[in-house]
Design a protein around this ligand. Structure first.
Ligand code: CU
Ligand code: ZN
Length: 218
């Protein structure tokens, strides 16, 4: 009777632990493709080491740590959010959600040069991330900063679903275009994609730092 909830609890804990932390261990195990080698050599040894085998074959996807930014409100604001970053062909994709915006409002959204949100107004994040010395602009429409991204728009509950793309950015490769460790800013006003060098997007409502969440301890 009481074993059922305990079993469910144990199962959900195992799933939670497996979701992130075990990935690197499995990737390490996959560097020993012993099954094929043993078969080819005619070995008939039973797979005594089977505890490693299933995970090693299932988890061959990119073992990269999660890259995220948690957005915190600047002083006098209530805008928060969570974003995930992923390297894609030609840039970096940003997905996630921003909360606490005015319903239906549109907001400038950029990666800024410095991953420092310590200033009450977010000014410590510096200007738009611009390693190539380009003019401010719009992704997909000619010259722009690497940190430039399209505006985000809140729905009627004040939530903006983010599905953005940085063109020319890279992630965690140490290149000049690497956005890891830099800042993310949500502005009070829309970016007009033209005014130099800011897009005239106004005050900073929220700020976050692009960070890697390393493998969790088991
Ligand atoms: Cu900005
Ligand atoms: Zn810009």
């Amino acid at each position: 009777m009481r074993t059922i909830p305990m079993t469910l609890l144990a199962a959900s804990m195992a799933l939670a632990l497996a979701a992130c932390g075990d990935r690197q261990d499995d990737a390490g195990a996959s560097t020993t493709p012993s099954t094929d080698a043993a078969t080819a050599a005619g070995a008939v040894t039973p797979p005594a080491d089977a505890s490693q085998a299933p995970g090693a074959t299932d988890m061959t996807t990119t073992p990269a740590p999660h890259t995220v930014a948690v957005l915190s409100a600047t002083e006098g604001n209530a805008v928060t959010g969570e974003l995930a970053f992923e390297a894609v062909d030609g840039g970096v994709a940003i997905t996630g959600q921003i909360n606490g915006l005015a319903p239906g409002s549109e907001h400038g959204f950029h990666v800024h040069e410095t991953g420092d949100c310590s200033a009450p107004d977010g000014s410590s994040a510096g200007g738009h991330f611009n390693p190539a010395g380009a003019a401010h602009g719009r992704v997909g429409a000619g010259e722009h900063h690497v940190g430039d991204s399209d505006n985000v728009t809140a729905d009627d509950t004040g939530v903006a679903v983010v599905n953005a793309r940085l063109e020319g950015a890279t992630l965690a490769d140490g290149a000049p275009s690497d956005v890891l460790g830099r800042g993310v800013i949500v502005h009070a006003d829309p970016d007009d994609y033209a005014t130099q060098p800011t897009g005239n997007a106004g005050a900073r409502l929220a700020c976050g730092v692009i960070s890697q969440t390393g493998a969790q301890a088991r």
